[in-house]
Design a protein around this ligand. Structure first.
Ligand SMILES: NC(=O)c1ccc[n+]([C@@H]2O[C@H](COP(=O)([O-])OP(=O)(O)OC[C@H]3O[C@@H](n4cnc5c(N)ncnc54)[C@H](O)[C@@H]3O)[C@@H](O)[C@H]2O)c1
Length: 293
């Protein structure tokens, strides 16, 4: 079968393949032999489970894997798991060389938009980890590009697919708790990410397994420092992350926005509301006061 699936057949296949598209309710395939040819960018950390969950479907072929670190916890492990997949350390080369149906993007946040946009512009369906992008502008660009390309996209806030989440949202829609006047949303424990913009001094020797320039990608250049950026700890730094809000806001504010139908913030509207309501910004982080309350 052609590696180019239509939007319709992709949706059908993806639903059964475990991409978890929550609104799709069909297992119908164009043919029993339909396969989604999937590429994965960033296969350590969360990327590992994204790849493994997706690969559970007999209708998925993990065709290409890419990671800037070829050590055992990153590309090494994925290559062992999928020995037939082609290996890359640069996602641009992967996109240039491979004929794929879909791409999974599980890199640190600052690289979501460049990788996802390049894939979408090539007509690939994209599953991209949360937060979708590093800036609001990037999110808007991606949204328009996906619409234009007619591809299927999904962000990796997986709780949207959970029964508990969907039931709670439905209960609010059904009026079970009456009119919602105020929402409190929080994360337990102390804030984990410092989100700082100043940089530590100096650099450390680069491990042989790491392609540092590829890791930096579109971020401003800085020397490699052991253990404070790659892996995982990049969340502390503005150049790569949006700190605690970027890391968890999309999880814990998502059911709020689904339940009460919040749409994207409108700056002008926001200013008007602020003028009308007094200062709506005095609430603590993560608390949302509804317009008119
Ligand atoms: N949905 C969830 O519950 C959930 C949970 C954890 C992380 N995440 C998201 O997943 C993403 C990755 O987070 P993480 O904790 O796994 O980070 P991490 O740093 O632990 O892992 C990132 C992986 O991507 C690789 N990588 C980095 N830059 C790359 C590039 N340019 N090209 C190819 N590979 C690259 C790294 O080597 C590593 O293997 C983040 O966007 C994060 O917000 C989502």
């Amino acid at each position: 079968m052609s590696h180019r699936l239509t939007r319709r057949t992709f949706i059908q296949s993806a639903a059964a393949a475990g991409f978890g598209l929550p609104l799709i309710r069909t297992n119908a395939f164009a043919s029993e032999n339909d396969q989604l040819h999937v590429g994965c960018v960033g296969v350590g950390g969360k990327g590992w489970s994204d790849m493994m969950e997706t690969a559970k479907s007999p209708h998925v072929t993990i065709q290409a894997i890419c990671d800037i670190d070829d050590s055992a916890n990153h590309l090494g492990r994925a290559a062992e798991q999928f020995p037939k997949a082609t290996k890359y350390s640069d996602w641009r080369t992967l996109l240039d060389k491979e004929k794929l149906d879909a791409l999974i993007v599980s890199t640190p946040d600052h690289m979501h938009a460049p990788v996802a946009l390049s894939a979408i512009e090539r007509g690939l369906h994209v599953y991209c980890q949360k937060p979708l992008t590093h800036t609001v502008h990037e999110a808007r660009v991606l949204t328009n590009a996906a619409k234009k390309a007619g591809v299927v996209t999904q962000m990796g806030n997986q709780i949207q697919a959970y029964a508990e989440y969907r039931s709670a949202v439905q209960l609010v829609h059904d009026g079970a708790i009456g009119k919602v006047k105020e929402v409190f949303s929080w994360q337990s424990g102390s804030p984990r990410w410092r989100i700082v913009s100043d940089r530590p001094e100096g650099g450390d020797p680069l491990p042989k397994s790491v392609k540092w320039n590829n890791w930096l990608g579109v971020a401003p250049k800085r020397p490699y420092k052991k253990e404070i950026y790659h892996p995982f700890s990049w969340r502390d730094w503005q150049d790569f992350s949006n700190g605690q809000l970027g890391d968890f806001g999309c999880h814990i504010l998502d059911p709020v926005s689904m339940a009460i139908g919040l749409t994207a913030p409108d700056i002008d509207q926001g200013r008007r509301s602020t003028d009308q309501l007094g200062n709506v910004d005095t609430l603590g982080a993560g608390q949302v006061r509804l317009p008119g309350q």
